[in-house]
Design a binder for this molecule. Structure first.
Ligand code: EPZ
Length: 457
């Protein structure tokens, strides 16, 4: 089958590249109920880390159900610069790290894509040395990597951070990382994934205590196990990895994206629609389904991998606290805030995972919402109706929240910041169009919208 090699000059087919996306906007005429079935793509936060894990194996790895995202393209470019072959074949990637030799990841790519930093564990495990630029902060917070670094040091790596580069190498004449018992101060998804990858080829047993339990962590473990890794306990707070000498090729399909599914559940709920979503893994969405039912949104499991959301007579207020899995996912907090903006009554949202992930509130207020922020808490007073306006997405999930709100707002909403959206959603506007939404992607000039400056909060 003819594939498409991903390299530094390639760009995503049929969606805009980042610069074009930045000058494009989404225009939505709200109030249109949705109907039909939406296909949920593969999970972004599985795809990115599993692409990094393919570095552990010197043979072909086929990864299926990989979403078409700017971040996936960018991760492919990071791997390519490390000497890895990355080929897109329809919904699959074929990755071969046989000739993977360069331990120095490209600064400009890594600083744009935090997930690429997680590859440090795999690079170190394969080559015994890694020079990885620090991912740096982003719109939602400082995003430090101290838990990743401390874990690698516990496994026998020397790690120095200078000039924004994380330089890691094995001690003296150690040929491999050493298994270790590691306690994570907080159940960091990325640190759990970095250390799990490093441990698969380490000498001896590694135990990760207080590990993250997200479904994407389990997906990564299952991918590594399919290559011959020995991992137990993924999905619990204690993960045990017995290091092996070598891993072998695999053909693996990643899980559906629970965050994309949660976003579409919000889109159906806020527009009073009946839509079907599949494939999904319902238990990955239990916290989201529970809170939606609590506010009065009927949700039905139509099949093992299919959910149906139906219109609610009233959308009630509630309180939400974002937490590590199995708590309410921080990545669905912004779209849920859009829904609560038109609930009956006052809601409270406490964002406990990231220190600056409420910036979408001020943009929702431009659409007529009544939200006040105090520290990491949003006080949302429900209003009867939102009204369309020009707004800007400040990060990936904030942009998604504005799309969800625009679907319900009366009149026209114009949304800037599509380079964020294209990072994490596989053709969101096309999927919404197919559900009947009046949404289109235009150049800023065609849209003729004037955007007020972003408010700082
Ligand atoms: C992953 O980020 C996801 N990204 C995020 O999704 C998600 O929001 C997050 O997990 C939480 O679920 C990918 O998987 C690529 P963390 P990650 O390490 O691994 C602090 C999206 O929208 N921390 O669990 O970076 C950190 O600052 C993205 O798809 C440390 O202090 O998240 C944060 O406050 C956004 N030191 C908290 O832990 C560390 O060494 C949770 O971060 C690592 C993290």
């Amino acid at each position: 089958m003819e594939g498409r090699l991903i390299n530094s000059s390639s760009s995503l087919p049929d969606t805009k590249s980042a610069p074009e996306a930045d000058s494009s906007v989404l225009q939505i005429w709200g109030g249109q109920p949705l109907r039909g079935h939406v296909k949920i793509s593969g999970a972004k936060n599985s795809a990115l880390v599993i692409m990094a894990a393919a570095l552990l194996c010197p043979e072909d790895c086929r990864i299926r159900n990989v979403p078409l995202l700017a971040d996936v393209e960018r991760m492919g470019q990071v791997l390519t610069t490390l000497g890895v072959r990355v080929e897109r074949q329809d919904d699959a990637l074929v990755i071969n790290a046989k000739d993977f030799s360069t331990s120095k990841a490209p600064y400009e790519l890594v600083t744009q894509l935090r997930a690429s930093f997680f590859a440090i564990g795999a690079i170190l495990a394969r080559l015994g040395i890694a020079q990885m630029p620090l991912p740096g902060g982003c719109a939602i917070g400082a995003r430090p990597v101290d838990l990743h670094v401390r874990g690698l040091q516990a496994m026998g790596a020397e790690v120095q951070i200078e000039h924004g580069i994380c330089n890691a190498h094995l001690h003296g004449n150690n040929r491999r990382l050493q298994g270790a018992k590691i306690y994570l101060d907080s159940p960091s998804v990325g640190a759990t994934e970095t250390l799990m990858m490093a441990a698969t080829l380490a000498d001896g047993e590694t135990v990760l205590e207080n590990a993250a339990r997200e479904p994407e962590v389990v997906d990564l473990a299952n991918f590594c196990i399919s290559m011959g890794a020995k991992i137990q306990g993924a999905g619990t707070s204690t993960i045990t990895i017995q290091g092996v000498e070598k891993l072998h090729s695999t053909d693996y399909s990643i899980i559906p994206d629970r965050i994309e599914a949660g976003t579409f559940l919000m889109a159906g709920a806020i527009t009073g629609s009946e839509i079907l979503l599949s494939p999904v893994v319902p238990e990955h969405l239990f916290p989201v389904i529970a809170k939606l039912r609590e506010v009065g949104i009927p949700i039905f499991q139509e099949a093992a991998d299919c959910l149906r959301v139906a219109p609610a007579s009233v959308i009630k207020a509630t309180n939400i606290e974002t937490l590590p899995h199995p708590g309410f996912p921080t990545d669905v907090q912004a779209p849920f805030m859009s829904l609560l903006a038109i609930a009956e009554g006052d809601s409270l949202i406490n964002e406990t995972v990231f220190e600056n992930r409420l910036r979408h509130a001020s943009e929702l207020n431009r659409l007529g919402a009544d939200i006040r922020i105090k520290g990491n808490v949003a006080f949302v007073r429900g209003v009867p109706m939102l009204s369309g306006a020009p707004v800007r997405g400040t990060d990936l999930r904030a942009a998604a929240a504005l799309v969800v709100a625009g679907l319900a707002a009366s009149g026209k909403t114009t949304i800037k910041g599509l380079s964020f959206l294209d990072r994490g959603y596989d053709r969101l506007d096309l999927k919404l169009q197919q559900l009947g939404a009046k949404i289109q992607r235009l150049s800023e000039a065609e849209a003729g919208a004037d955007f007020a400056p972003l408010s700082e909060n």
